[in-house]
Design a protein around this ligand. Structure first.
Ligand code: SAM
Length: 212
């Protein structure tokens, strides 16, 4: 069994259980493994993983995906950045450079700077009265619609991608698949489904976005 399969099998928790496991940094789960698998299929060149959390997707990519030549991992959460940096230092892979940057979505990055940008965004629709106002909330909540962070990401993706670059983003059925794909097309991207998996409470799709 590969590490990714082990993670997928081992972590079958409800969101409430995840909160009990970890309150500061999002730990790898089914969605993390889906994004890692999509990067394995389509990632290349200089890759940015936005919202890296524990850094597992970024470091797995650096270790396993030959087509990716450099990995930049970013997160708005300073605890996540520390965890990701620690994981990168502990990695056996010494050939693919990994750096960690704290920042809000894509604001810290230059125009035309990545061949691949990957994101497992916070996407749960959350009642404002039920917000916990902690780092796990930032990891899970996409605001009242579930789409607030995804839409901000899509708005600025075009700027940081090279012209033939690719964005890999996870969409949940809980977030409104058609609403998000319409937003993607309106922002000037075409999309295709790289991987799709159904779970008891949602279907997750990793979409590949390319400039139209
Ligand atoms: C669902 S978790 C995914 C973590 C990790 N990529 C994985 O797949 O295991 C979402 C991550 O996005 C980060 N995040 C939320 N809003 C962000 C923002 N505006 N800019 C950068 N990162 C953000 C959270 O802190 C969290 O680590």
């Amino acid at each position: 069994m590969t590490d990714k399969e082990a993670y997928t099998d081992a972590i079958d928790s409800t969101l409430a259980e995840r909160r009990e496991i970890e309150t500061t940094v999002y730990q790898p789960a089914e969605d993390s493994a889906l994004l890692a698998n999509a990067i394995h299929e389509q990632g290349r060149g200089r890759l940015l993983e936005v919202g890296t959390g524990s850094g597992w997707v970024a470091v797995t990519t650096a270790e396993d995906v030959d087509a990716v030549t450099e990995v930049v991992a970013s997160d708005i959460n300073p605890h996540a950045c520390r965890a990701a940096a620690q994981r990168a230092v502990s990695s056996d892979d010494t050939t693919t450079p990994i750096s960690v940057v704290q920042g809000d979505l894509l604001t810290a990055f230059d125009t035309n700077s990545f061949e691949t940008v990957a994101f497992n965004p916070p996407y749960l629709p959350t009642d404002p009265d039920a917000e916990w106002d902690d780092w796990m909330e930032r990891a899970l909540s996409g605001g009242p619609s579930g789409r607030e962070v995804i839409e901000s990401f899509i708005d600025s993706l075009s700027r940081v991608l090279v012209p033939d670059g690719i964005g890999l983003v996870i969409i949940s059925s809980l977030t409104g698949y058609e609403t998000v794909t319409r937003y993607i097309e309106t922002a000037g991207f075409s999309y295709s489904v790289v991987i799709e998996e159904s779970y008891p409470f949602e279907t997750l799709s990793v979409l590949a976005l390319r400039h139209q």
